[in-house]
Design a binder for this molecule. Sequence first.
Ligand code: IDP
Ligand code: MG
Length: 134
Amino acid sequence: MAIEDTFVMVKPDGVTRGLVGEVISRFESKSLTLAKMRMLTIDDEMARRHYAEHSERSFFGELIEFITSGPVVAMEWTGESAVSVARTLIGATNPAEAAPGTIRGDLGLLTTHNIVHGSDSVESSTRELEIYFG
Ligand code: IDP
Ligand code: MG
């Protein structure tokens, strides 16, 4: 158990659908603390840096195209076990299989448009927070 910072991002589909408030509300309701937030449109270079681990995957091109397609809302959330707690609130990668009660399970349907990103480890959160907040 430890206080952690994690990186969470509302993806372009979440912003377009008007789900920014809903996503923030779920993290606030869990008692995590919003520490930083910024709205931006990611360029190709930033997208490739963020998703570098997936560069050899078949869906990489589609992922980069989607994540750069419109504005995102990047956030830092802080709290006890924030990294794993955020992943639990977000739910499984494929919204069709994500549990009800999770953001993806309640609000999404397609893996390509799964509303929100959350860091998968403390190491990833450090790396991702550096990309978005320096
Ligand atoms: P995560 O977002 O749950 O951590 P990752 O496996 O890290 O999932 O994948 C990163 C993102 O890439 C996913 O959130 C999703 O948007 C996209 N993605 C993952 N797998 C596929 C796939 O098989 N087809 C299309 N897009 C995918
Ligand atoms: Mg991931």
